[in-house]
Design a protein around this ligand. Structure first.
Ligand code: URA
Length: 305
C-alpha cells in the first residue's frame, strides 16, 4: 500500500469537512501529528506484498448491444447513445485473496465492513450492505445503493422495491438464494437529518465504492448481469443514458452480457401492465440467454388479455 493510498481515507474526511461542514482550517493536535508521522513511517517501511490493495488497470467496456432477442414485443427503439461522463481512465480494482469464491467474497466483505473511504457515509451507516446470494450465481442483479431498510438489515433489496425484485426473481422460477444481488454503493447515501427517502449516489461516491462491485463480479463471474436502473448502468459502464433507452438490449460488461432494465422502484411508481411487461420482456431475454426453461404461462405474463 502506498502512503498516498493509506492516507486516502483521511484525504476524503478532510474533503468532507471542507465541502459538507464548511470547515476552512484544520488544526491537528500534537498527538495527531505524531500519529500521522508514525503511520507514514510504518507505511514506508512495510513491504508492498504485505498489504495488497488496489492496482490500476485499463479495461475496455463497450456499450454496444450484443443481441436483440425475439421475445420483445414493445416498440423498436432508436439506437442507444450513451454519453460518456468522463474520458476513459484506469479503473481502480481490488486485489482478491482467498482459495475459493466463498473465501474471496468473505475477505472482500470484511474489507468493505470497515471501509472508511467515504467518511460522511461511514459516519451515518448502520451496516455496510455488501451483497447477498450464492457465490456460484449465474445471474447477478445490480442496483444503486442501500435504502433505509437495507441499511438497517445489512442486506440489499429488502424494502418495498426489494420485495418486488424478489417477486420478479420468483416469476423467473428462481429464489434470491440462487442468484446474487449487489449494489453500486455499499453504504446508504446519507440524507439530511430528518429527511426521508433516498438520494442518488454522487459520481465520487460511486467511483470510490465501485472497486468492491467490480471485485464481486470478478469473483462470482455470473453468466448474465441485470442492471437495475440508470444509476446501476452508470456505475457499471460509466455511461449516463436514460434507462428507457438502454433497456431491452444486452450490453457488455467486460465480456458479460448486461441487461439494463427499470429499477423495481420505478415499477412501484408506474404500476401499469405496459411497464411491467417491458421489465418482464427484459427478464425473458435473460432467461433465454441462460437457457432456462420458459413456460407458455411465463411468456404471457403482463400481456393484455
Ligand atoms: N434500491 C437499490 O438500488 N438497492 C437496494 O439495495 C435497495 C433499493
Amino acid at each position: 500500500m502506498s502512503m498516498n493510498e493509506s492516507l486516502e481515507p483521511l484525504r476524503h474526511y478532510v474533503q468532507f469537512l471542507r465541502e459538507r461542514q464548511g470547515v476552512r482550517e484544520i488544526k491537528l493536535s500534537r498527538a495527531a501529528r505524531q500519529g500521522l508521522a508514525r503511520l507514514a513511517a510504518a507505511v514506508k517501511a512495510a513491504p508492498t506484498a504485505v498489504m495488497p490493495t488496489s492496482t490500476a488497470r485499463q479495461t475496455a467496456v463497450s456499450a454496444a448491444p450484443i443481441s436483440r432477442s425475439p421475445v420483445s414485443s414493445t416498440a423498436a427503439k432508436s439506437p442507444v447513445t450513451a454519453a460518456p461522463v468522463a474520458p476513459a481512465k484506469a479503473e481502480p480494482v481490488m486485489e482478491i485473496s482467498g482459495a475459493n469464491k466463498v473465501e474471496q467474497l468473505k475477505h472482500l466483505s470484511e474489507r468493505a465492513a470497515v471501509c472508511m473511504k467515504c467518511p460522511h457515509l461511514a459516519a451515518r451507516r448502520h451496516t455496510v450492505v455488501f451483497g447477498v446470494g450464492t457465490p456460484d450465481a449465474q445471474l447477478m442483479f445490480v442496483g444503486e445503493g442501500p435504502g433505509e431498510d437495507e441499511d438497517l438489515k445489512g442486506e440489499p433489496f429488502v424494502g418495498r422495491a426489494g420485495q418486488l425484485l424478489t417477486k420478479m426473481i420468483a416469476a423467473m422460477g428462481l429464489t434470491r438464494e440462487q442468484v446474487y444481488i449487489g449494489n453500486v454503493l455499499k453504504c446508504r447515501p446519507d440524507m439530511p437529518p430528518g429527511a426521508s427517502g433516498n438520494r442518488k449516489p454522487t459520481r465520487e461516491e460511486m467511483e470510490t465504492c465501485l472497486p468492491y462491485l467490480r471485485a464481486q463480479i470478478d469473483i462470482i463471474k455470473p453468466k448474465v448481469i441485470v442492471g437495475l436502473g440508470a444509476t446501476a448502468l452508470e456505475g457499471l459502464l460509466g455511461k449516463v443514458s436514460p434507462i428507457s433507452r438502454l433497456r431491452g438490449s444486452f450490453l457488455d460488461y467486460r465480456g458479460i452480457p448486461l441487461m439494463p432494465t427499470f429499477h423495481p422502484s420505478y415499477l412501484l411508481r408506474n404500476q401499469s401492465n405496459t411497464e411491467k411487461r417491458k421489465v418482464w420482456e427484459d427478464l425473458l431475454q435473460v432467461m433465454e440467454r441462460l437457457e432456462m426453461p420458459i413456460s407458455e404461462k411465463q411468456r404471457g405474463y403482463f400481456l393484455a388479455k
